[in-house]
Design a protein. Structure first.
Length: 96
């Protein structure tokens, strides 16, 4: 992944080698060039901004002593997971 080794190169279109951290930007540029309109890059820009927002608030802010306010609230965890998550790996009970 680009977070583990951002300077490693990956193959891109037409045999180009680019650093991993540039991949989202390169994809936005390719979409922009293919469409001929800056509107084509808008979803990429929104994704890049959302990724930076998430990374900053989940990793950087807690390391600086702030709270992790993007965690799911407990009521939502209980609603989705239930009280005890089921163990899907255990054998079903046999009917007698």
């Amino acid at each position: 992944s680009s977070r583990i080794d951002p300077l490693a190169t990956i193959p891109f279109q037409f045999g180009l080698q680019i650093p991993r951290w540039l991949l989202p930007y390169a994809l936005a540029v390719v979409d922009f060039l293919q469409a001929g309109s800056p509107i084509a890059a808008v979803p990429h820009v929104v994704g890049i901004l959302a990724g930076h927002f998430y990374s900053f608030n989940r990793i950087t802010v807690p390391l600086m002593g702030g709270g992790d306010w993007l965690k799911a609230p407990n009521w939502l965890k209980r609603r989705l997971d239930g009280e005890a998550p089921p163990n899907y790996m255990e054998e079903p009970e046999k009917k007698k």
